[in-house]
Design a protein around this ligand. Structure first.
Ligand SMILES: [Zn+2]
Length: 435
């Protein structure tokens, strides 16, 4: 079902034209209300909103990095100088789990929050959520942006059964007793859950679950991973993706299952860039690069050209579902990327190649770089976990090594490890292990 048909089926060129006007208004708002952007844009040579121009000139503007926002925080400005609305108008402050100690805060006005819920509702409607469906979710919302996503479940009228992570038994009981049609979780957890159930003689393939929406990390779009999940659960797998600083659920995969549609019309503009040079890339079928986002109608803390670090492959053109927005598959996080003798290597891409060796392998891998930092010398050490009851042979390791070299042009050192020896996750998998 299309949540906002008029908006989601508008020709994409018309969409961009309309968003162009909103963009100019947003830039005007920033000059007036955001100390952070007034300073940043002035320093970049844009003295006033009129100098910035329209969306067609957006590539002239500097990027915004998360660290820059963090650096403007002080006792007087606990959120940062990008806070652009009076604090009295802020109705929600989410946090991101800061890997560097202090969390980052994400403030929203009532209007911002509503825009997020509308965007998430479009996204989840695309993934098949609708009134009458029972949906078990494993989001640990708490202080995190996922809380806003749960508001979208209410708006769509699904029967929401929140169980959170950390209690697999409770989750499986809910599946067995309440017979939900849909599960919402990370791909890592979906896989872990299927293994967990198999060990206990529970038939997940024969359960009531018809559809699994995965989010939170890349993986649900990798064909081999998807096939494994679909087989284990006897269900269709679809994906959703968002980004806390911009909008919680911004991309949702429809029944055509050819990538996730952009669902942030009127609120967010996206671009594609080359992550190394920062050069703007054309939004065209087959393009690959990092997503960069710009708010169009935000009030509390609007961002311009915010670097997502999400590396995607783009699909354009009309989709059989009727939506006109481009679709993406997330290939990996630029943050996790390694460079081996000049070649960019995404850990998720290594996993995808390894997964094709199922049923001999379990689908769990760990890359164990020898050197600190991004740049690595070949061979790159990769631990590949065998499936239960499967023996590792030098011949299998050699076939995996060769396939990775042929597909990703990187030389690896494959260490086959026994089933169950690599960690499982109820949330996101860590594919790179540094000693
Ligand atoms: Zn579609």
């Amino acid at each position: 079902m299309i949540q906002e048909p008029e908006l989601e089926t508008l020709a994409w060129e018309d969409r961009l034209r309309r968003d162009g006007q909103r963009y100019r208004e947003q830039v005007g708002y920033l000059f007036e209300h955001s100390r952070f952007y007034r300073r940043k844009l002035t320093e970049a040579g844009f003295a006033a909103a009129a100098d910035v121009g329209g969306l067609e000139d957006i590539a002239e503007l500097p990027f915004t990095e998360k660290d820059e926002l963090r650096a403007t925080r002080s006792e007087a400005d606990p959120i940062g100088t990008h806070l652009a609305a009076p604090i009295e108008e802020v109705v929600r402050i989410f946090s991101t789990s800061g890997t560097t100690g202090l969390p980052s805060y994400i403030p929203l006005t009532a209007g911002d929050l509503d825009n997020w819920v509308r965007t998430s509702s479009r996204t989840y409607a695309a993934t098949g959520m609708e009134k009458g469906r029972r949906v078990v979710s494993t989001y640990n919302a708490g202080p995190f942006v996922a809380g806003a996503a749960l508001d979208a479940f209410n708006r769509l009228g699904v029967c929401h059964i929140p169980v959170g992570t950390g209690n697999t038994e409770r989750l499986m009981t809910a599946v067995q007793l309440l017979k939900p049609q849909m599960l919402v979780l990370t791909p890592s957890y979906a896989l872990h859950l299927a293994e967990w159930a198999r060990d206990r003689g529970i038939d997940t393939a024969g359960s009531s679950v018809e559809r699994i929406m995965v989010a939170g990390e890349p993986g649900g779009g990798e064909p081999a991973m998807r096939a494994r999940l679909e087989e284990a659960w006897g269900a269709v797998v679809v994906e959703a993706m968002g980004i806390g600083d911009i909008s919680v659920s911004l991309w949702g995969e429809c029944e055509a299952r050819d990538g996730m549609h952009f669902c942030g019309q009127e609120f967010v503009h996206f671009e594609l860039i080359d992550p190394d040079s920062g050069a703007s890339l054309p939004v065209e079928d087959g393009a690959e690069g990092e997503l960069v986002y710009t708010h169009l109608r935000h009030r509390a803390a609007p961002l311009l050209r915010f670097r997502s670090r999400d590396h995607v492959r783009l699909r354009t053109g009309t989709c059989s579902c009727g939506r006109t927005a481009p679709r993406v598959r997330c290939i990996g996080r630029t943050d996790d990327m390694l460079i081996v003798r000049g070649m960019n290597v995404f850990p998720t891409a290594v996993r995808e190649v390894v997964n094709a060796f199922a049923p001999a392998v379990s689908g769990v891998i760990a890359i164990r770089p020898k050197a600190p930092g991004v740049k690595q010398e070949p061979p790159l050490p990769v631990a590949v976990e065998l499936a239960e009851g499967h023996e590792g042979t030098p011949e299998l390791a050699e076939r995996i090594r060769k396939r990775i070299r042929d597909t990703l042009v990187v030389t690896t050192d494959i260490d086959l490890v026994e089933w169950g020896s690599l960690p499982r996750s109820e949330y996101k998998s860590k594919l790179v292990e540094r000693s």
